[in-house]
Design a protein around this ligand. Structure first.
Ligand SMILES: Nc1ncnc2c1ncn2[C@@H]1O[C@H](COP(=O)(O)OP(=O)(O)OP(=O)(O)O)[C@@H](O)[C@H]1O
Ligand SMILES: [Mg+2]
Length: 216
């Protein structure tokens, strides 16, 4: 596959951008890709978490805290950008640079009301809606979660996957372990599925399919 740049974006805070950036980084590394991880958030959570796994992946992981000219030509196959929770210049640059920007959305109405603003912002940068798939984070069978899901369907937001709330992820990362190897195959499945959906949707986009790249 050609080089791919994926950003995690949402101006709503605390929805899982950094966690998804970490998951995508680790998925790509475990599949033997080289990754350039870029932490654009001054909170530096992504950098701190990556530093736990840096030794283990020293030949395949590089990380830094800004986008620079020439990054598009870097030697890595994956570029993963974690954005701050704000729609400012930094996020605009990341959106402009990224092939796909995943948008974590929690099952609550404040998350939903923000989405329209985010998609308009991305439209101004020239991104197609299909380049901004939602990742549903922590959806359960509650009435609220089902109502939010229904709105996502009605508004035809593309969906790259759904990930459960999983206390093993932050736990494993703070222990400096590789979460994927510490998770059972069942627990890992949603993240594998998200990764596969993103890579196959990207292949379809490269083939010029911008109408339904997220179909199963
Ligand atoms: N799938 C998940 N399972 C369990 N905990 C999660 C999951 N996703 C996120 N969290 C937890 O939720 C909190 C917020 O996640 P995270 O830091 O990834 O959000 P964020 O969108 O990057 O926040 P910010 O806007 O501050 O950058 C963290 O404590 C994180 O460990
Ligand atoms: Mg973050």
């Amino acid at each position: 596959m050609e080089k791919i740049a994926v950003a995690a974006i949402n101006h709503k805070g605390g929805v899982g951008k950094t966690t998804l950036s970490l998951i995508m980084t680790q998925m790509a590394l475990l599949k033997r890709s080289k990754v350039l991880a870029i932490d654009l958030d001054p909170q530096r959570n992504f950098t701190d978490a990556l530093s736990f796994i840096a030794d283990y992946f020293k030949d395949s992981l590089r990380f830094k805290s800004s986008l620079e000219p020439g990054d598009a030509e870097c030697e890595e196959d994956w570029i993963i950008l974690d954005c701050p929770p704000v729609l400012g210049d930094i996020t605009r640059e990341a959106l402009d640079f990224a092939d796909i920007a995943i948008v974590p959305v929690r099952p609550d109405f404040f998350s939903l009301s923000n989405l329209g603003v985010l998609y308009s912002f991305a439209g101004e940068v020239g991104k197609d809606r299909c380049q901004l798939p939602v990742v549903k984070v922590g959806y359960d069978t509650s009435r609220l979660a089902r109502m939010v899901e229904q709105v996502l369907v009605e508004k035809q937001y593309p969906v790259a996957g759904r990930v459960p709330l999983n206390r093993l992820i932050p736990y494993n990362i703070t222990l400096g372990r590789i979460w994927s190897t510490g998770l059972t195959a069942d627990a890992r499945r949603p993240f594998d599925q998200m990764y596969s959906r993103i890579t196959s949707a990207y292949r379809r986009m490269l083939d010029g399919d911008f109408t339904s790249p997220w179909r199963d």
